[in-house]
Design a protein around this ligand. Structure first.
Ligand SMILES: NC(=O)c1ccc[n+]([C@@H]2O[C@H](COP(=O)([O-])OP(=O)(O)OC[C@H]3O[C@@H](n4cnc5c(N)ncnc54)[C@H](O)[C@@H]3O)[C@@H](O)[C@H]2O)c1
Ligand SMILES: O=C(O)C(=O)C[C@]1(C(=O)O)C=C[C@@H](O)C=C1
Length: 345
């Protein structure tokens, strides 16, 4: 566990097996018998429960004997419902700052946790207003050890943006799987042909259904807005296809590729990689010079691409590594041995 030295983690989970494993892997120092028992001992309470359960717990908090300056936070994927509960808590003298680490996967449960899960990921905090600055500052101090990038936005902005980049994509992913299912009676072979493309675009359809039921219901309005925009986008692409003008079809893909290739993905250490940009001179075989040096020093790479062929003689080679350590070793290796300039974005 990545945590401040002065922190002790007490845990509660409704599932006994989860409690046992959490203790075994030292995720928690000790477990308690009820959420109330844990909350009453805590200086900071973190709810990492499904969002509907979090709201239920928040509504119960005022009836518990909490510490006077307790800070309450959560990790939930939606923020407006939680912050509405936070407004009610404020009236009862309890401070809530919403939290959401933008990292994770389709996997669930305590065994899916990783010490470096939040590294490089955005960790969003939503406070009611400036009155809770002290609590935001304290959470930032505690969360520093996750090595995430902490940002603050309003709950409304949060729910809009996560609808765009997280919640609505889950709907599309699930819908593609349903579409495959509808084809199954007439084309049972289709599912056998599903390869990398289908797998990549539907990985998140394997997420926990009840978790996503809660998220989509809490952020239903924002997701429905995105659904309407998606239908408009589908009409646009339908028109392009029906017109059948090759340049327009290519441009549709080209514009999307350009934007997608430029996105600064930051999904945390689970699926994210550590990129190193290398300014390489434009001569044949230059890439194999770089990969050869890295192989010579036993540094594994996970991906390699040219992001930009610039007007001048240089191009930018982006090499991805699994760990920060590999990236730093590679940087030293390339700069000292190949004398190419490198950058970390
Ligand atoms: N999975 C992700 O990628 C991801 C990423 C960021 C945020 N989140 C959010 O974090 C929260 C947790 O998600 P997760 O993926 O860790 O889910 P998870 O299923 O792995 O963990 C949730 C835990 O809550 C426990 N739980 C359920 N009801 C409970 C109750 N009444 N009292 C106590 N514990 C209870 C479950 O037993 C489970 O161990 C959710 O709000 C989710 O929206 C998930
Ligand atoms: O990568 C995945 O499987 C996820 O769904 C992770 C993901 C996301 O959409 O990016 C899902 C929900 C969270 O609130 C944050 C992260």
């Amino acid at each position: 566990l990545q945590k401040a030295p002065d922190v002790r983690v007490i845990g509660y989970d409704v599932d006994e097996v989860t409690m046992k494993i959490a203790k075994q892997i030292n995720m928690i120092e000790y477990g308690v018998k009820t959420v109330q028992e844990g909350a009453e001992q805590a200086d900071v309470i973190i709810f990492a429960t499904p969002v509907s359960i979090t709201v239920e717990h928040l509504n119960t908090l005022p009836s518990w004997d909490l510490k006077e300056r307790v800070i309450v936070t959560d990790t939930g994927s939606t923020k407006q419902a939680v912050m509405a509960a936070g407004q009610a808590l404020r009236a009862r003298g309890i401070t809530l700052v919403g939290g959401h680490p933008m990292a994770g996967s389709h996997k669930s449960g305590v065994t899916a946790a990783k010490p470096h899960l939040f590294e490089n990921a955005y960790y969003i905090l939503t406070a009611l207003d400036e009155q809770d600055r002290w609590a935001v500052d304290e959470l930032k101090r505690l969360l520093r050890y996750t090595h995430s990038k902490i940002v603050e936005v309003s709950a409304e902005e949060h729910d809009h943006m996560t609808a765009v980049v997280s919640h609505f994509p889950h709907i599309i992913s699930a819908s593609l799987v349903h579409q495959l299912q509808q084809e199954d009676a007439d084309y049972p072979m289709a599912k056998l042909l599903a390869a990398g493309g289908f797998r990549d675009v539907t990985r998140i359809a394997s997420s926990n259904p009840s978790l996503w039921r809660d998220i989509t219901l809490q952020n239903r309005d924002k997701i429905l807005e995105q659904l309407t925009k998606w239908q408009q986008e589908m009409e646009r692409v339908k028109d392009i296809l029906q017109a059948g003008i090759p340049q327009h079809v290519e441009q549709y893909f080209g514009d999307a590729k350009k934007l997608r290739d430029s996105l600064p993905f930051s999904g945390g250490a689970l699926f994210s990689t550590f990129d190193l940009q290398v300014d390489i001179p434009d001569y044949p075989g230059v890439i194999s010079v770089v990969t050869g040096l890295l192989a010579d020093e036993n540094i594994s790479i996970t991906n390699l691409r040219i992001v930009e062929a610039r007007e001048d003689v240089y191009g930018i080679l982006v090499i991805s590594f699994q760990t920060e350590e590999d990236r730093l070793r590679a940087q030293t290796c390339i700069e000292t041995r190949a004398k190419f300039e490198t950058h970390i974005a």
